[in-house]
Design a protein around this ligand. Structure first.
Ligand code: ZN
Length: 139
């Protein structure tokens, strides 16, 4: 979230591109909102964060191993806390929040199905907080 070190802009851009081609219009890195959401969809009052599994500490994920060095442990713990704070602020402000973890789009097949479920979720979803992947983590 925000422009923190280690941000995976490649995956972020893939999601943006996909949304654009599916007809969505958005703003990127809108600083007016908590956590500077990677994608903000004004027509849906929805924000999307694309999180790198390592830097945001994706628990139980095969792309995330807690490092040995205290410095990095603290950094990741701090990122996690910040993410949580921002998400609850956004929910309080009436936004829908969608979090996409990097591991949801590692493969090309994942990408296509992710974009379709994402589009569906944005248009019809009812949950205020949605996380991809939503299934059990495959390790
Ligand atoms: Zn992950």
């Amino acid at each position: 979230m925000g422009n923190i070190h280690g941000k995976d802009t490649r995956i972020e851009n893939l999601v943006r591109k996909g949304l654009f081609s599916l007809g969505f219009r958005y703003r990127k890195n809108d600083k007016r909102y908590p956590g500077t959401p990677d994608i903000f969809l004004p027509n849906y009052k929805t924000v999307i964060f694309v999180n790198g599994c390592f830097w945001h500490g994706h628990e139980g994920c095969h792309l995330f191993h807690l490092p040995d060095k205290e410095y990095w442990k603290d950094k990741i713990a701090e990122n996690r806390r910040r993410d949580e704070r921002n998400v609850s602020k956004l929910l309080d402000q009436g936004f829908r929040v969608i979090i996409i973890w990097e591991c949801a789009i590692r493969k090309k097949d994942d990408y296509v199905s992710l974009m379709l479920s994402l589009a569906d979720e944005i248009r019809k979803g009812k949950n205020k907080l949605v996380v991809f992947p939503d299934d059990e983590l495959k390790i």
